[in-house]
Design a protein around this ligand. Structure first.
Ligand code: ATP
Length: 253
């Protein structure tokens, strides 16, 4: 098998006494859609933030496309951030900027100055998320689903090899969430991107995941395909998949 695009080795992260990641190992392969599951506070977002170097490991290494990034400074991380785009939880758009300027932001940050080139790439990114011609709108004028799509356009405008999604379905109605899933799959199948998705939406997991990992106690507790997850006999995973807290329900009426 070819070298993984991202390799995580013996990753530890602590916040005071809170030892969140405890020697986690993970390979992310080129062109796959990997879904990260785990209970609240399991460390999914913390793991995601290590992948483009937004967080520095307490111990261990993260290697992206052959470059060990754990000890790089902000300037050295520039080329890595162009390879790994991130769609933040909640979208994190700049409310004072138009849609076009929000999507163009990573290009300008990475030093692209040719406005014609920026315009073309913003148009292409908005076309991928089916928001053609919306450049001049302001974020406040958009629905929650449209804001998420703008955030996705911003994550892919610099044509990264890999996109990280932190709860892309949070706060969306089921139909809009399904639209986001189609876009995630389109980026993989039509644009060859690697996707890493943190989500609690089990319906989405079964639609998009080539591989699923379940985080627990700071490590990978389980790994398999979406089908293996559906068929698992692991009681904790079954409860997670079925959204079953174990507290019995009274039958209504
Ligand atoms: N910058 C930080 N400073 C201190 N503690 C942090 C920081 N970031 C995360 N934590 C802690 O690390 C733990 C894991 O947080 P994380 O956000 O990764 O959880 P998660 O698995 O994404 O949870 P959820 O599904 O609820 O979003 C939590 O206990 C959180 O309080």
């Amino acid at each position: 098998m070819s070298e993984p695009f991202i390799r995580v080795r013996e990753l530890h992260q602590r916040f005071g006494d809170n030892h969140v990641l405890k020697g986690l190992n993970l390979d992310i392969h080129r062109g796959e859609t990997l879904v990260l599951l785990g209970g609240s506070g399991a460390g999914k977002s913390v793991l995601l933030k290590h992948l483009p170097g937004l967080m520095c490991p307490a111990e261990g290494t993260v290697t992206v496309d052959g470059t060990e990034i754990s000890c790089l400074n902000e300037r050295e991380l520039g080329p890595i951030r162009r390879k790994v785009g991130i769609m933040f939880q909640g979208g994190a758009l700049f409310d004072f900027m138009s849609v076009g300027d929000n999507v163009a932001f990573p290009l300008r940050e990475s030093g692209v100055t040719d406005e014609e080139e920026i315009g073309k790439r913003v148009t292409a990114a908005l076309a991928i998320v089916k928001l053609d011609g919306q450049e001049s709108k302001m974020p406040a004028d958009l629905s929650g689903g449209m804001r998420k799509r703008v955030a996705l356009a911003r994550a892919v405008v610099d044509r990264p090899a890999c996109v990280l999604y932190d709860e892309p379905h949070a706060g969306l109605d089921p139909v809009t969430a399904d639209t986001i899933d189609h876009m995630i799959k389109c980026l993989q199948e039509d644009h060859g991107m690697t996707n890493v998705v943190v989500t609690h939406e089990m319906r989405s997991v079964f639609h998009i995941a080539d591989r699923v990992i379940f985080l627990k106690d700071g490590k990978i507790h389980w790994e398999g395909t979406a089908k293996e997850l559906r068929d698992t006999s692991d009681p904790e995973l079954r409860a997670f998949v079925n959204g079953d807290s174990g507290i019995p329900w009274k039958t209504p009426g």
